[in-house]
Design a protein around this ligand. Structure first.
Ligand code: PGA
Length: 251
């Protein structure tokens, strides 16, 4: 669709990898990227923080972006173990994932905290990838769209735009399970997100809306073809260069 934002294929490595693994995976993808004559997508790798340096060096000048998996709401301060958005920017990041359902569950992050993290990211010059998604129970009782719209309105900083915000729709029950919503269900949620973005963001039609949850080379083409799906946030399949590259090729 002309005028659509350029798709973003993002890899969320979660808590996986080592320096050697990172160099190998990022290096392979950088090779694929550099050999491709033209790419119709942007690629983003979000490794664990200690591996950012290796990934940054391995992607080199290939054009692959790097990002963090979380940031703190504050610029600095007495927050042992936390990482400020500015530190990620300093390490070479352009993006940071915020509000992933694993962080919402493991660290009791609510929408207000996710908004504050996204705002901190924007202040540091990073683009937050704000994650939203319903549980299976919520879908079962017909509340998927309502829950996701609520999270979206609660998790996006005022004044966000296509240049300063990416949204990722990730049904909690689809993450790491091999199960995905039907194409119609994905379309329903993405269309609804697009409508809300028109209301809460500047030029909301330019904000990229990624789908995440068990994206694989086998289902990527159909998912990425859906209107208002502007890329993918990929977990498991982003840990293998050939699978992640195949997903990017499905754009
Ligand atoms: P998955 O994870 O691709 O392994 O389902 C997606 C995510 O959690 O971002």
């Amino acid at each position: 669709m002309s005028g659509s934002p350029i798709p973003l294929i993002a890899g969320n490595w979660k808590m996986h990898g080592s320096r050697g693994f990172a160099e190998g995976l990022a290096g392979s993808l950088a090779g694929c990227m550099s050999n491709a004559s033209a790419t119709a997508f942007e690629m983003l790798l979000c490794p664990p923080t200690p591996l950012l340096g290796e990934v940054r060096d391995a992607v080199g000048t290939s054009g692959i972006f790097i990002g963090g998996q979380d940031c703190h709401t504050a610029e600095h301060g007495p927050h042992t173990g936390d990482i400020a958005a500015g530190m990620l920017a300093d390490a070479g990041c352009a993006y940071v994932i915020v509000g992933h359902s694993e962080r919402r569950a493991d660290h009791a992050e609510d929408d207000a905290m996710v908004t504050a993290k996204a705002a901190a990211a924007q202040s540091a010059g990073l683009v937050p990838v704000v994650c939203v998604g319903e549980t299976m129970d919520e879908r079962d009782v017909g509340q998927a769209v309502a829950v996701v719209m609520d999270q979206l309105r609660g998790s996006v900083p005022v004044g966000s735009s296509g240049d300063t915000l990416v949204v990722a729709y990730e049904p909690v029950w689809a993450i790491g399970t091999g199960r995905t919503p039907t194409l119609a269900d994905i379309k329903e949620v993405h269309d609804a997100i697009r409508l809300v973005l028109a209301d809460i963001a500047d030029e909301g039609d330019r904000v990229r809306i990624l789908y995440g949850g068990s994206v694989k080379p086998e289902n990527a083409r159909k998912i990425l073809n859906i209107d208002n799906v502007n890329g993918a946030l990929v977990g498991g399949a982003s840990l293998k260069a050939e699978e992640f590259w195949a997903i990017a090729q499905a754009v």
